[in-house]
Design a protein around this ligand. Structure first.
Ligand code: TYM
Length: 332
């Protein structure tokens, strides 16, 4: 019997400041699973240029995400932390997977349709084939599992389809990856509109709690989050704004739902929101202290990324050679 660990991979885009949605929906699972799996956690800078970026800011945010990973608890001695553009194998595989990606399937991607409808002057080809690049990220490592929020589920289906399609066309090559999705934090919603996902790129800054928001701003955002006029402390699909706040509460405290319902039953939402504001602010205060220390040590961060680039290339190199041989590229 071999005790070789299975491979876990996931990336986050440096396209805006990270929110508690990114943390609770995805990054928390990276941290929880870092001992159990051989982990590759990346910063998806290649994906970010599907929308216009300011170059200097993109570079800055890429390093910041690494500091955020560390401050939240990722251990660089256990986990390979890397920048997507530092391993060209992602792009090498992307091209091959493009050749088996169907236009029809790509055009049905809801995130693409969403972004396209919002920015018609920026209908670039990269935006269209973004999910194929994401599939390449995953398949290049033969990842077994990919922790993500539910908004990435359709992209995960494409990654699985492409693995199966390549395997059946060229012979068994890729692992078909599975998503890991937390039921209660699969989609943290906007604090201003509970029908919408909390997002890095929401124009209304009060809709999202950013991990690096000042603590008084975090408190204020939570206290002024929309709820409903039913004045009934309960967890159900008619009260989705409150449900979202309760999900956040449960994720930060680790308490169970019955406990929380019993504690706040019959009380006003104000009391619950004030407690939640304290809980989140205290937790993030701790995180922010660590972050400030880590981000000031640029040399250490860059060393982690140099090591990460090397380890990530070591992981993907052989598989990419194999793929290039199978599709018929001459190798000398
Ligand atoms: P991105 O950068 O939009 O989000 C990073 C991760 O956070 C999750 N997430 C959420 N989860 C719950 N509630 C929310 N409100 C919320 N908002 C974001 C996302 O589902 C994601 O897991 N295409 C990806 C990045 C990527 C990737 C990959 C992921 C590139 N290559 C390979 C996994 C594997 C993206 O844009 O995530």
């Amino acid at each position: 019997m071999t005790d070789k660990k299975k491979t876990l991979l996931s990336l986050v885009q440096p396209s805006g400041d990270l929110t508690i949605g990114n943390y609770l929906g995805a990054i928390k699972n990276f941290i929880k699973l870092q001992d159990e799996y051989d982990c590759y956690i990346g910063v998806a800078d290649l994906h970010s240029i599907t929308v216009p970026q300011v170059a200097a800011e993109l570079r800055k945010r890429s390093r910041e995400i690494v500091a955020i990973y560390l401050a939240l608890g990722l251990d660089p001695d256990k986990v390979t932390i890397f920048i997507q553009s530092h391993n060209p194998d992602h792009l090498k595989l992307y091209w091959v997977l493009n050749s088996i990606s169907y236009m029809g399937q790509l055009s049905r991607m809801t995130q693409f349709k969403d972004k396209q409808s919002r920015a018609d002057e920026n209908n670039n080809a990269a935006l269209f084939t973004y999910p194929t690049l994401m599939a390449a990220d995953i398949l290049a490592y033969n990842a077994d599992v990919v922790p993500v929020g539910i908004d990435q589920q359709q992209h995960m289906e494409l990654a699985r389809d492409l693995a199966i399609r390549f395997n059946s066309r060229y012979s068994e090559t890729f692992t078909v990856p599975e998503s890991i999705i937390n039921e209660s934090t699969r989609k943290i919603m906007s604090l201003r509109n509970p029908e919408k996902k909390m997002s890095k790129s929401d124009e209304d800054k009060n809709a999202s709690i950013f991990l690096l928001d000042p603590l008084n701003v975090i408190r204020k955002k939570i206290k002024s989050a929309v709820t409903d006029s039913l004045n009934n402390f309960d967890y159900n699909d008619e009260q989705i704004a409150l449900k979202n706040l309760i999900d956040i509460y449960l994720a930060f405290t680790g308490e169970d739902l019955d406990q929380v319902l019993a504690k706040y039953k019959g009380k006003g939402y104000g009391e619950f929101k004030a407690d939640l504001a304290d809980i989140v602010a205290n937790d993030l205060e701790n995180f922010q202290n660590k972050y400030n220390e880590i981000i000031s040590d640029k040399e250490r961060l860059d060393q982690i990324l140099k090591d990460g680039a090397e380890k990530s290339q070591r992981k993907t190199r052989n598989l990419l050679d194999k793929v290039y041989r199978k599709v018929g590229f001459l190798q000398l």
